[in-house]
Write a protein that binds this ligand. Sequence first.
Ligand SMILES: *Cc1c(COP(=O)(O)O)cnc(C)c1O
Length: 377
Amino acid sequence: MRPESNIMFVPVNRPKLDGNEKKYLNECIDTGWISSDGPFVKKFEEKMSNALDREFGVAVSNGSVALELALQALDLKAGGEVIVPSFTIISCGNAIIKSGLKPIFIDCSKDDLNSTPKMIEDAISSKTVAIMVVHLYGHPCDMDKIESIAKNYNLKLIEDAAEMHGQYYKDRPCGSFGDVSTLSFYPNKHVTTGEGGMVLTNNKDLMEKIRFYMNLCFGKGDSRYLHYDIGSNYRFTNLQAAVGLAQVESLKKTVLRKREIGSLYNKGLSNIDYLKTPIEFLEYSENIYWVYPITINGDINFVKSFKSYLEDSGIGHRSFFTPLHLQPCYKNIIDQNNILPNCEELYKFGLYIPCGNGITDEEVDYVIKKIKKFNFK
Ligand SMILES: *Cc1c(COP(=O)(O)O)cnc(C)c1O
């Protein structure tokens, strides 16, 4: 027990599963429907795609394969270039490379952490086939402008909305932009199913291709075991969908709570001179604090000392993404001499602190109090 509080450890994320999750899961067990053929899968797909203003949603095993399926279904010209932020999860770069395409990594804004329309447009070449837009940490990208760039240059637009369930760009939900959008349902996302993901589109052909590839390209009817293409098993189970359905029912509440946590931190951590807190409002959005990112104004030793202070205080934290253009696994694939100054700085000086949906006010208060007491030695 810590002397000044009964808090032992505040994890960087704790999911909240206090709606109909248990009830729906029990239904699966009582009825024996546990595979991907169970009724919750369709219900979850419909509920989620409706909530995000999409015609079709295909639930899959996780957000990483959702990106792979999106690219596979778009059937882009081999070797074509896909513009993608460097400041994102490895899944984005991997999906592009695995699809036989070439990632063109671009920088991001130091303020809202997203790539700007100008950064995207500047990266377009005669080989560009698509833009993969990723909304990061809490605000959407500037989608009106990005949509018109995609249209003007005749490029496919893939939207990775894994961190944005329940977020809006102006009055349009994230997950509704471009040719195809993807989601993840990992436990730190606003809708979780443990593991899981979804591909969303308004295009029926695309949806059918995604369903085909995510289920081993089975044939129809009597020809079930006749396969005309090479697919994978990326199916989603009824058990996951049971949890997911309950989670979507709570989505509005989740977003309200995330904003509440965000404003508690904003208030509590303002006026600390070495620490930059996230922007609450952009002209087109209100932050939903998928995570609560802070950047440290100090040198590397300062950051190190701050992080070990958090550890000693039992406060979970996570560094920002290591930029993809610097990843050792891409060493022989891309030219790594490219300098992208903003994301290179962010990853050295940025971290995020506990902000899961399940965090209590008391825990937030503890984190704030502790951070206020930090002294660099
Ligand atoms: C979480 C996440 C993913 C990957 O999802 P998984 O379900 O963990 O595979 C993809 N893109 C972004 C932006 C994410 O945050």
